[in-house]
Design a protein around this ligand. Structure first.
Ligand code: PMP
Length: 430
């Protein structure tokens, strides 16, 4: 569809901030090339317009008799329906609004039944890896880094074959936030179900680039964040099977999660908790964040992923071909250089400290990328073939000049990215 880039399908979806000017240390100004969509994508104009139209009228959700409260409650609950439609949820699925993917995966980790056996690839983002470390009553089986999608399925099948009786859960990312590579979600889901396990899809990087159909992919839960899906304001989603959510203690206890609270004669209280998504959404919700997510879901559905994907493929090819011309550049991949990926790509440059390289891209070319270990330390270390060094948060341990890189540079893009931004990036790397 994008062979002719003037075709309507290849028109970039308009995003905010694409006209921001930044000063360069080398003199002059350029429009800022935001190539860090994998961290936080800019908001779509359409999302911003929807928020601007609604923001002056917000009121409390589920808590007021007034008109603005009713309006906000309707928008909030209709947003749930929009998200369910966007994800192709099954009839009985619940859509719980959270703060982020991290929050969603922590919620799932909190509601998983005692004794659950959790299978998680060591290559996962920390949001998928670490919540399980908080639970002492589950068993975590770490799966080694596969070097092909087929090996991922084989590794999982082998691990599941030896699993204990009882509840089991597989955690997998749809698209890597480091390499951008697509994981074989449908096959992994089939393997999980064949062994009586469930599966949660971390779609933080997948959902902004690909349609996610929970029923068609056969996954039990999906988690994603608004701020990577062209919607700002700190809201996220956990959608999927209702049973674990309904049966567990509330993740957040408080007003809104309880239906009835009564004093007991002994001085304590009895609580009847909601069995809907509200059970885990205590407190006043982030109604603008949630409305922004729903608006982004609608905008992406209406624009269609076909055009977005075709456009992204063009940009990926441009970046890949450009970087291939620089012998010092090594693109990181688990599944091979030609593996299908979303618009996310990490690399190291021989002889360069990745943090200095990324800083120079910003200061000298007005290009915003990310450097570091991308909150996926085991994966990046596998890709760099390096040993753990001193602890660092998601950030960037420094390599002395001339040493092998201890971290990498990530470029990522999506809706609204103009050709000029990736061309400038390739030119700057060269
Ligand atoms: N999973 C993946 C694959 C991610 O890329 C990220 C964000 N870097 C997260 C989870 C966590 O998302 P958030 O920071 O919005 O909680």
């Amino acid at each position: 569809a994008c062979a002719d880039s003037s075709s309507a399908a290849c028109e970039p979806l308009p995003v905010l901030g694409s006209d921001v000017l930044v000063p360069l240390v080398t003199g002059g100004e350029v429009t800022y090339a935001a190539l860090d969509y994998a961290a936080s994508a800019p908001a779509l104009r359409r999302v911003w317009d929807d928020i601007a139209a609604y923001a002056p009228y917000y009121g409390s959700v589920h808590r007021g008799a007034g008109y603005l409260s009713q309006l906000s409650t309707d928008l909030f609950e209709n947003s749930r329906k929009d998200v369910a439609a966007f994800l192709g949820c099954r009839e009985d699925d619940q859509v719980v609004f959270t703060r982020s993917t991290t929050d969603s995966l922590n919620l799932l980790a909190a509601v998983a039944p005692r004794g659950t056996e959790v299978f998680v690839f060591e290559t996962e983002h920390h949001a998928s890896l670490l919540p399980w470390e908080q639970r002492e009553d589950v068993t975590v089986r770490y799966l080694s880094a596969p070097r092909s999608p087929r090996q991922a399925v084989e590794t999982l099948e082998k691990a599941l074959a030896g699993r204990a009786k009882g509840p089991a859960l597989v955690c997998v990312t749809g698209a890597s936030n480091v390499t951008g590579e697509l994981w074989p979600v449908r096959e992994l889901a089939a393997a999980a179900h064949a062994h009586g396990a469930r599966i949660v899809l971390d779609a933080a990087q997948l959902a902004p680039h690909h349609p996610v159909d929970i029923a068609e992919a056969g996954v039990d839960w999906v988690a994603f964040s608004g701020h990577k899906l062209y919607a700002p304001f700190g809201a996220g989603v956990l959608a999927g099977r209702a049973d674990w959510l309904r049966e567990a203690r509330p993740y957040l206890a408080g007003g809104g999660a309880s239906r009835k609270v009564t004093r007991r004669d002994d001085g304590g209280v009895d609580v009847e908790w909601h069995t809907t998504a509200a059970r885990h959404e205590a407190g006043s919700p982030n109604v603008i964040g949630v409305y922004a997510i729903a608006s982004a879901c609608r905008a992406l559905t209406e624009a269609g992923f076909e055009g977005l994907l075709a456009r992204e493929r063009q940009l990926i090819e441009k970046v890949r071909a450009g970087l291939a011309e620089v012998p010092e550049v090594r693109v990181l991949s688990l599944f091979g250089d030609d593996a299908p990926r979303v618009g996310v790509l990490s690399f190291v440059v021989e002889g360069w400290n990745s943090s200095h390289f990324a800083a120079a891209l910003s200061a000298e070319y007005g290009i915003g990328v990310r450097d570091g270990l991308f909150c996926a330390h085991p994966l990046v270390r596998t890709l760099l073939d390096s040993e753990p060094d001193e602890p660092g948060e998601c950030g960037a341990p420094e390599a002395a000049p001339g040493e092998r890189s201890l971290n990498a540079i990530r470029v990522s893009f999506g809706a609204g990215t103009p050709d000029e931004h990736v061309e400038r990036f390739v030119g700057a790397v060269k």
